[in-house]
Design a protein around this ligand. Structure first.
Ligand code: SF4
Length: 334
């Protein structure tokens, strides 16, 4: 680990002003916010992240979960994953989010990890975490060891010739299916960013993963009210039953009315370079009869653009089955 300066922000403006002084270096921005530390500290120990200055924001007052007047919910950026997963409002109205959080990491990590930090969780690509290997995301222009290398766990959707790393978060997949909005404070004031616009595809600049700019601080996330009588669930397929990242996952929010699908949201994890919003599948589902044939057509639509690598072709069929099963579960009468 490289030497760094540690300071603690006593308010939002102090944090933003300090972070806005950052500039890019070989290893990334010189200033990093520290919340739960479950990603950042790991990467600093590996010298993948080498910030010159770390600003502890863990005492900023963003630790509340509140119902909003429109029937939705406001989730502070410092809310711990464990607290979010077990909150009564989340369990009752946003089951997919609670299930996704509980499917991720370990109890100890969920006790530390925060909502804002989880949004910025970095890839688990083994080459990204190994500074002896080429990696365009860690060191732009150095190449991608995963293309032609060990790529079994990598993405099949949204990949580029520069990077094929998958986004590892379960929470982000659920937030995508729930139409979340990310609220940010920065040097230019407040911004609201729809989650679909928050993450960016790797393209030729895989080092850039979100639209956040230097000095931007995530303050909270809002969710709209779920449609009345809708059902939601998170299905995660992985190599072992716990403490493991998704090979494929599906977050579903569905409302069926008079034998037709009135509202459909489908997001995928483990297969996309960002939390994958399966809009083509949603178009198939909208207004259709909720049966196996519809679900299979939706899965085919979601995966039509898949670009598997040498070792992860199995993800196409696994994702197809995951989608069909999740949709069937969400519409099951019980
Ligand atoms: Fe780096 Fe992305 Fe290639 Fe992994 S897939 S080695 S993160 S450029």
């Amino acid at each position: 680990m490289e030497l760094f300066q540690l300071s603690r922000a006593s308010n939002v403006h102090e944090a933003i002003a300090a972070a806005a002084t950052s500039s890019d270096t070989e290893h990334g921005a010189q200033v990093r916010f520290l919340a739960g530390g479950t990603t950042l500290l790991d990467l600093m120990k590996l010298n993948v992240e080498c910030p010159g200055r770390v600003i502890d924001i863990s005492r900023l007052p963003f630790d509340q979960i509140e119902a909003t007047p429109d029937g939705g919910v406001k989730i502070g950026a410092m809310v711990r994953n464990a607290d979010l997963a077990t909150h009564a409002l989340i369990r009752e109205r946003y089951a997919v989010l609670s299930q996704a959080l509980l499917a991720g990491a370990s109890a100890q990590l969920r006790n530390m990890a925060t909502t804002g930090g989880n949004l910025l969780q970095r890839t688990r690509c083994v080459y990204f975490r190994d500074t002896t290997m080429p990696c365009n995301k860690r060191t732009p222009g150095s190449g991608c060891a995963a293309i032609g290398g060990f790529n079994r766990t990598m993405a099949i959707l949204g990949v580029s010739d520069a990077c094929i790393a998958s986004n590892p978060s379960d929470m982000n997949v659920a937030l995508t299916a729930l139409d979340a909005t990310i609220h940010v404070e920065g040097t230019k004031g407040s911004r609201r960013i729809a989650i679909d616009s928050f993450f960016v595809l790797p393209g030729t600049t895989p080092q850039r993963e979100t639209v956040l700019e230097a000095g931007d601080l995530i303050t909270h996330v809002t969710l709209p009210p779920p449609p009345d009588a809708s059902r939601s669930l998170y299905l995660k397929l992985r190599d072992r039953a716990s403490y493991e990242f998704a090979l494929v996952s599906a977050a579903v929010v569905l409302k069926v009315s008079d034998g037709r699908i009135e509202h459909a949201r489908l997001a995928l994890g483990g297969v996309g370079t960002k939390p994958w919003h399966a809009t083509e599948a949603e178009a198939v589902l909208a207004g259709a009869t909720p049966d196996a044939a519809t679900f299979e057509r939706a899965a085919d639509a979601a995966l039509a653009g898949a670009r598997p690598q040498s070792q992860n072709g199995f993800k196409v069929e696994l994702a197809r089955r995951c989608i069909v099963h999740a949709l069937a579960q969400a519409t099951r009468n019980d």
